[in-house]
Design a protein around this ligand. Structure first.
Ligand SMILES: Cc1cc2nc3c(=O)[nH]c(=O)nc-3n(C[C@H](O)[C@H](O)[C@H](O)COP(=O)(O)O)c2cc1C
Length: 200
């Protein structure tokens, strides 16, 4: 599907066919493209938790306002962020760059995030959001629909999925075959209402 058409056609779908199974090759393609989404300083701190255990999905659904997408999606991904990725073998993120760039980047990255929990958290939110968009557009391209979700209890989901203490859940992306057409868009603002030139 052409990119612009995928953007136009992507909608948040609430009802997926629970009987559909996604082939492994498609899951791999989705992930392969998701990890090409950009991250500040290339620290790639998104983590993709694929939940395919139905008991676990049911438990997550209980913590997600009972939303059916959690159990019925063909692929259910919890996007998570590693808040401390910037400090874990930092040189690996620039290992293919020329030596002078490596020598500059590694201390710069550490200085940028060190003792700044708000920056660490904001950055994870930005990066996972961009990865989520890549997932949703790729899904559309492969003939699937999707739903981004943050209607869940973050603490409880982190506990259910055994998150390390320096990881946080950011959002879910549910992907599957839709059972219904989406309703018309609920109330799109105009370009005029959301765009400013130069200053507010
Ligand atoms: C961060 C985020 C969280 C969302 N959480 C949920 C959710 O928990 N459940 C749901 O059904 N839709 C959720 N949505 C979908 C929005 O309701 C939807 O994107 C919005 O109404 C616009 O519709 P569209 O995506 O079909 O264009 C979420 C969307 C975003 C971006």
């Amino acid at each position: 599907m052409e990119l612009q058409q995928a953007i136009i056609n992507r909608r948040s779908i609430k009802s997926f066919d629970p009987k559909h199974t996604m082939p492994e090759a498609e899951i791999e393609k989705l992930l392969r493209l998701a990890i090409l989404s950009p991250t500040a300083f290339n620290i790639q701190h998104w983590r993709f938790v694929i939940v395919d255990d139905i008991d676990l999905r049911n438990k997550i659904k209980d913590e997600s306002w009972g939303q059916d997408q959690v159990t019925d999606a063909s692929l259910f991904i919890v996007l998570a962020g590693d808040l401390m990725a910037w400090n874990k073998s930092t040189s690996r993120y620039w290992r293919n760059a020329p030596k002078d760039i490596q020598d500059f980047m590694v201390p710069t990255i550490c200085d940028y995030y060190d003792k700044k929990p708000e920056v660490q958290r904001d950055e994870v939110m930005r990066s996972c959001s961009m990865a989520a968009m890549n997932l949703m557009l790729t899904a559309k391209d492969l003939g699937y629909d999707s739903c981004p979700m943050d209607g869940f209890n973050f603490e409880k989901v982190a506990k259910l999925l055994n998150f390390p203490s320096d990881h946080i859940p950011v959002m879910f992306v549910a992907i599957g075959k839709p059972l219904n057409d989406p309703r018309p868009r609920s109330g799109q603002l105009s370009i005029k209402q959301v765009v400013q030139y130069n200053q507010f």
